[in-house]
Design a protein around this ligand. Structure first.
Ligand code: HBI
Ligand code: FE
Length: 289
């Protein structure tokens, strides 16, 4: 992660909260073309795999399909739904800056877009991962509340409890790679999945990964991998259930988490509520952001 001073070279106007101008007018045809390609890919694989709430969010926000959205105009529409806005940042920002944005209903979205050679793999969140992947769910009132609560909880985890690792796992296995029960199957809502063609299919259809019922302490004890498909996904029953988790006594939970086991991504435990047990015929593949 670059410091403010380093970032200031390419973004002289960068502010203390790491936000920059999107400069929408500077995007070229090639960059808009990458957005269009990625949007069209996802609009083919998400119906039947993404949860209704995600698809509804996409429609409610009239997210542009053929060009990178202008954050100002998108924020006008998003704010009417749930009070959230989208702000431009150059890249990953420090944890406490990230949490402060979320706690104030500002979603920090990468201003850059991946190159045509990076369509399937990206190590840092770009505008497609952040805006296409994250923003549609921010139009859902309960999920919007969850994200604000996560930001507030993050500040406490960081400053009061030094439990950032546990909280980052919660974010990873819900906001980034979460699944939700849908009828007798599962649907995706996590942004890391929703913005990736290969993982959108793998996460809901492949026999390889475990799919385990969401349980807060279990998730916070489970490590994750950032460079490949997930070996386990956690399945929530509803967004109300997810939001209700944020009302638990995190101080007591963090005290408990300070000792006891840490689990590997592929572990299955006796107490797990198993939706599907993974065959782990694990083909690997790049982690598509
Ligand atoms: N910064 N821009 C940006 N986007 C993220 O998703 C992000 C971040 N900084 C930290 C972070 N995510 C994770 O460490 C969170 O789990 C805290
Ligand atoms: Fe993300």
């Amino acid at each position: 992660m670059q410091t403010l001073d380093q970032l200031r070279e390419s973004h002289p106007e960068i502010r203390a909260d790491y936000t920059i101008h999107q400069h929408w007018e500077r995007y070229g045809a090639a960059e808009h073309g990458v957005w269009k390609t990625l949007y069209e890919r996802q609009s083919k694989v998400l119906p039947g795999r993404a949860c209704d709430e995600f698809l509804t969010g996409l429609q409610k926000l009239h997210l542009e399909h053929d060009r990178i959205p202008d954050f100002e105009r998108l924020s006008e529409r998003l704010e009417k739904q749930t009070g959230w806005r989208v702000v431009a940042v150059p890249s990953l920002v420090p944890d406490e800056v990230f949490f402060d944005h979320l706690a104030n209903r500002r979603f920090p979205a990468g201003q850059f877009i991946r190159s045509p050679s990076q369509l399937d793999y990206l190590e840092e969140p770009d505008v497609f991962h952040d805006v296409f992947g994250h923003v549609p769910m921010l139009a859902h009132p309960v999920f919007a509340d969850y994200m604000e609560a996560y930001g507030k909880g993050g500040m406490r985890a960081l400053n009061e409890f030094h439990a950032l690792k546990n909280l980052a796992r919660l974010y990873w296995y819900t906001v980034e790679f979460g699944l939700i029960r849908a009828g007798d199957g599962v649907r995706l809502y996590g942004s890391g999945i929703a913005s990736s063609r290969t993982e959108s299919i793998y996460s809901v259809e492949s026999p390889s990964p475990n799919r385990i019922g969401f349980e807060l302490e279990r998730v916070m004890r489970t490590e994750y991998r950032i460079d490949d498909f997930q070996e386990s996904y956690f399945v929530i029953e509803s967004f109300d259930q997810l939001f209700a988790e944020t009302y638990k006594d995190f101080a007591a939970l963090y005290a408990k988490l300070a000792t006891g086991a840490t689990f590997k991504p592929g572990d299955l435990l006796p107490g797990d509520k198993i939706f599907t047990r993974g065959t782990h015929t694990y083909v690997g593949g790049s982690h598509a952001a």
